[in-house]
Design a protein around this ligand. Sequence first.
Ligand SMILES: [Zn+2]
Ligand SMILES: [Zn+2]
Length: 384
Amino acid sequence: MVNSTSTICEQLFCDSVIDNDEQEFVEKTMTMNFDNKQQEQQQQESDNDNVYRRQIVWRNVIAMTILHLMAIYSYIYFGLDRRITWYVLFWPDILARISALGVLAGSHRLWSHRSYRARLPLRIFLMILQTMALQNDIYDWCRDHRLHHKHSDTNADPYNARRGFFFSHMGWLMVRKHPDVIRKGKTIDLTDVWADPVVRFQRRFYIPLVLLIWGILPTYFCHYATGYTMVDCFLGAVIVRYVLSLHYAWLVNSAAHLYGYKMYDQSMEPRENRMVVYASMGEGYHNYHHTFPWDYSASEHGWSECFNITTAFIDLCVWLGLAYGRKKANEKIIQKRIERTGNRDYHRKYYDPGTLADYSLGILSSYGFLFITWTLRYLINGQL
Ligand SMILES: [Zn+2]
Ligand SMILES: [Zn+2]
């Protein structure tokens, strides 16, 4: 069912479907380059491993610990208290997902991969959401992410999953960067990112923008809309929302590199992980994404075939005239790639449940955290 609908996607939603011999040539060349880079990287790694010693950055460890303790306290104080009406709990969740769009559709698919083009109003909107997510400014985010793709799962990868789940999830923020990350990071070309005045503006005024967009506005808006105190709103709409959105995003670097199906290229670590797809609104088709990083959907199919909220958002923006130039891999190229380097059984297993099951599970999982909270509230307070 899913395969047949990709043609519809190409006709209705995609601006450029890359499907010729040139594409295949590019793909082969990229693979050869990848092999050479891997050999070079492995040599470099064995040299560097001899001298590299992990250095914990205690300031970051303390900051992360305080942030998480505050989140637990905020969750109990804001989430489980009977003073707060049950539907207000949608607030942190909705804000977490809206800010995540700034990262997923913005710093990831637009600025890092240039998988589609966005007009100025959309770029400004995405920059505002990306600032609310507080995951470094767009320029730094793109450098780390391009490095992650170029040297995936090696010492030069900032979130190297070969160093374990915790390191790739959040541990990388608490230790000094591996020398390879710094050395290879300097070689990443970001001239196209820097050419965007929206990126330059954000980088120049990043701290005041963060204070305003990450902290002050969500707190004040929550206070204005619900009448709860500013402290309640800061804990719920900023702290809980921030920690929640961080873990949703971090799962892409950790779980999606360690658990799941390698459907398109078995020689690499990234995997298709359904739970990460649901947590990150469509970024868990990760084996596909590392195989075809320029595909605007970051997955083989569009949102009408499988759970992918970010792709739906980009398509909506195109429909509104705010975006254009979406790049999409052709079905034939994808099938050839599966035959050559992937695994068709895994592919079948993943897509067999169908679109309805995928969306049902996706929506249920997306609100799993809220369901747990409402259950706990009922058990503790005798009411939702
Ligand atoms: Zn990855
Ligand atoms: Zn990417």
